[in-house]
Design a protein around this ligand. Structure first.
Ligand code: CTP
Ligand code: ZN
Length: 155
């Protein structure tokens, strides 16, 4: 019997392709981007084969280029993600997400008594203490956040 012809995921015309997302994290990436929404055309591929990663997820969003704040959040759940900006079918920019030493103003400290959770005007701030798997420590109260705690905030 002849093997069926391999179907490729359709290219997009204008927008952003987030590739090399950690397998099974595409839905967290959508959450970060505030998707699905009524209008945006989105393509999702989960658990597809990748030579570098074994398996990976891909998210394609038509007609949208990401804000740096969104890219910083994606780095927390998909540290190997690549961001491809597409215009008229061509990739005009290819970038990688990056984890900085500090994660500022993105996550909420899980400690209810932390100064960042009171009415003081203090934004959350975490130091990275491990990257594989990701582990953060609150700069103010030293509460540790593990990978799972981080993901919880993007569900
Ligand atoms: N892509 C797309 N629409 C386009 C162009 C590219 O959806 N008009 C997607 C491709 O399907 C792929 C990603 O954007 O998932 C990156 O494309 P490309 O750089 O051509 O692929 P690779 O060389 O495999 O990427 P990398 O070097 O990042 O592994
Ligand atoms: Zn804290």
């Amino acid at each position: 019997m002849k093997a069926p012809r391999e179907l490729k995921v359709k290219p997009i015309r204008n927008g952003t392709v987030i590739d090399h997302i950690t397998a099974n994290k595409a839905l967290n990436v959508l959450k970060i981007l505030g998707l699905p929404s009524k209008e945006a055309a989105v393509t999702i591929a989960m658990n597809v084969k990748s030579s570098e990663m074994g398996t990976k997820d891909i998210v394609k969003v038509e007609g949208r280029e990401l804000e740096s704040r969104e890219v910083d959040k994606i780095a927390l759940i998909a540290p190997k993600a690549t961001i491809n900006i597409v215009r008229e079918y061509e990739i005009i920019e290819k970038g990688k997400v990056t984890l900085l030493n500090h994660v500022n103003g993105i996550l909420i400290c899980p400690n209810p008594n932390c100064i960042t959770n009171t009415n003081e005007p203090v934004k959350s701030k975490f130091n990275i203490i491990d990257t594989g798997p990701l582990m953060l420590r609150c700069y103010y109260c030293e509460r540790i956040m593990n990978n799972q705690d981080i993901e919880e905030q993007f569900k």
